[in-house]
Design a protein around this ligand. Structure first.
Ligand code: GDP
Length: 593
């Protein structure tokens, strides 16, 4: 059992909400904030910059007698930006900043691509999570009890509604099991270190939210006591959430402080674009309780803050700060050592690229890393990777990438700058922008396939196709220069420009024109009887009525036809091809192999 002093030294666990788009992440966060506000408890929630704190007292009052036993965690700090993007951006010492995650799944839709993506990320970072099976109010027949615990609401439902909830919960259990997690509805889970708890909730009615908060507290207590121990008086350690220019203030960084204390006047070291930034804190800002007032009063200035907290920091030189990078308070004598630490941390986060591949740009180090992992999983190589918007210089660099399918920039959560847009108009570089990883990959793969198909088509179009004709009796229209004769196309096709040969391999001449009833034709296929003009021979000398000629196919084309297109060409083409190949192989058995 924790003593009073130990309790004091446990910081608030940080929680990130993840899940597929439209499954209700934002609604859940809004509801958590709203529920507590409606609850009207003094200090029911504390609004931070980028985060919302729900203190233990509020959770207790929401849970009523659901909650029992000793709790030593001071509350929960929810990161206000949902999504795995925020999760991967927020790093602490190379790991994930969020101690816990809520994975929101629409119970009526089940697992979707981003649900799976989120689970993979949570698995990679070994972050404990709970599944919020949202939108239970949409189960047919559900009668809501506003903001109540799930179990109480559930017990009041008719049997068929209960069955529907059970069935859908088990679908989630099945999907989780496919991904290597054993799980069950939270009230049936004995050991949360072995099983993932599924809490049915409604972000609309607020049902199940008390249960969710309670499970999170339980998870934090069981999993994290060690991680949450901190030095309440030590120098502050945090992560940059966002770099923002604020009107009247200049560049600021929204930061999550996860250890120690930070004070106005402290020297801090922050990860910068080229090198760590060393600067002095001018102001620590928190949201003012009333948000509608004049701009300069949007924030309250505080002299000092203790972890865990979200805070906006004002200091000189922040325009080069990088989202997702570390922030450390440094004492006079430790600045050099801390710069080294921060450099080390940034170095660890540096992306290892492949020798060949595409270019990727993302808004933060964490997201860059996440997208590169996903790309590699899909077998896509990355040769250049950087944090930042797509600029002209990126397009210029991408132009040096070898391989036409690599001449691509994938932009994750970034803009294409105007100078890059201009330059792209005359460049063959293709750019893709999206803020959903799997969509970005899907779009790129689709384009890649289209390009491949197109190249393939072009290659096949250029191939000389097989053709076999018979010089029709009584069809010599002109003897020479050029000879004009009537032919019957016996197999395949003929086109102007092809060379004809005889079955002994000797050359006949080149077809100049093809005419059918005095009209020029670009092709004459099997069955046609047409007049052709042939450059070279004189009818009655080198060529004679009744003879058979074949289109002369270059050896490389013949190989493609025989070995790549065999299954796609017509039967008469194939037969003609094989007769032609036999003529060639009489002289050289290895011809066209
Ligand atoms: P996000 O993309 O995951 O942040 O999803 P949102 O929170 O924006 O929700 C997507 C849509 O689902 C919105 O229209 C919400 O009003 C709706 N929604 C979210 N939670 C619930 C819920 O529990 N019940 C119902 N009926 N609708 C919900």
């Amino acid at each position: 059992m924790a003593t009073a002093t130990e309790t004091k030294n446990l910081r608030t666990p940080i929680v990130c909400v993840m899940g597929h788009v439209d499954h209700g992440k934002t609604s859940l966060l809004d509801k958590i904030r709203g529920t507590a506000v409606v609850n009207k408890e003094a200090g029911a929630i504390t609004q931070h910059i980028g985060a919302t704190e729900v203190p233990l007292s509020t959770i207790r009052s929401l849970c009523g007698n659901l909650m029992s036993g000793t709790v030593v965690i001071p509350g929960l700090l929810f990161i206000d930006t949902p999504g795995h993007h925020a999760f991967t951006t927020l790093r602490s010492r190379g790991g994930a900043l969020a101690d816990l995650a809520v994975l929101v799944v629409d119970i009526t839709e089940g697992f979707q691509p981003q649900t799976i993506e989120a689970i993979k990320i949570l698995k990679q970072f070994k972050t404990p999570f709970v599944v919020a099976a949202n939108k239970i109010d949409r189960i047919q027949g559900w009668t809501p009890t506003k903001n109540g615990p799930f179990i109480l609401s559930y017990n009041k439902q008719p049997d068929y509604v209960k069955t529907a909830i059970e069935t859908r919960t088990y679908e989630l259990v099945g999907k989780l099991s496919d991904l290597g997690f054993s799980s069950d509805r939270y009230d049936r889970v004995r050991d949360f270190t072995r099983n993932v708890g599924i809490v049915p909730i409604s972000a609309k009615t607020g049902e199940g939210i008390p249960d969710l908060l309670m499970v999170l507290i339980g998870l934090a207590q069981r999993f994290l006591e060690e991680n949450l121990r901190m030095t309440v008086t030590g120098p502050g350690v945090g992560t940059v959430l966002e770099v923002k220019e604020e009107r009247g203030l200049g560049f600021t960084i929204d930061t999550i402080l996860y250890d120690g204390v930070i004070k106005v006047g402290d020297t801090v070291v922050i990860g910068g674009k080229d090198k760590p930034i060393v600067t002095k804190i001018r102001a620590l800002l928190k949201p003012a309780p009333n948000r509608e007032i004049r701009v300069e009063e949007r924030f309250d200035r505080v002299p000092k803050l203790t972890a865990a907290a979200g805070v906006k920091i004002l200091a000189p030189g922040l325009e080069n700060a990088v989202a997702g990078s570390p922030l450390r308070v440094a004492k006079e004598d430790s600045v050099e050592a801390i710069i080294k630490d921060v450099e080390g941390e940034l170095e660890k986060a540096r992306i290892v690229t492949d020798e060949t591949g595409i270019m990727v740009k993302a808004d933060t180090l964490g997201s860059l890393e996440a997208i590169i992992n996903e790309l590699r999983d899909s077998g896509i190589k990355v040769a250049m990777a950087e944090v930042g918007d797509i600029a002209r210089k990126d397009v210029v660099n991408a132009e040096t990438l070898p391989g036409s399918l690599n001449r691509v920039i994938l932009g994750f959560n970034v803009q294409t700058l105007v100078d890059a847009k201009d330059y792209l108009q005359t460049s063959d570089i293709k750019t893709f922008n999206n803020n959903i990883i799997y969509k970005l990959i899907e779009d790129y793969e689709k384009w890649q396939k289209e390009q491949k198909d197109l190249a393939e088509k072009k290659r096949f179009e250029e191939i000389v196709r097989p053709g076999k004709v018979r010089y029709l009796p009584n069809c010599t229209f002109r003897q020479s220069k050029p000879a004009v004769i009537g032919v019957h196309v016996m197999g395949g096709c003929i086109k102007p420009g092809v060379t004809l040969i005889k079955p002994d391999g000797s050359k006949v001449g080149i077809i100049k024109q093809i005419q059918e009833r005095n009209e020029n034709q670009s092709i004459a296929s099997q069955g046609k009887e047409v007049a052709v003009s042939i450059d070279g021979p004189t009818a009655g000398r080198q060529i004679n009525e009744g003879e058979i000629y074949y289109v002369d196919i270059p050896e490389s084309h013949s190989k493609v036809l025989e070995f790549e297109l065999k299954d796609t060409i017509r039967q008469d083409e194939l037969e003609t091809l094989m007769e032609f190949v036999a003529i060639k192989r009489k002289g050289n058995p290895f011809w066209g192999r």
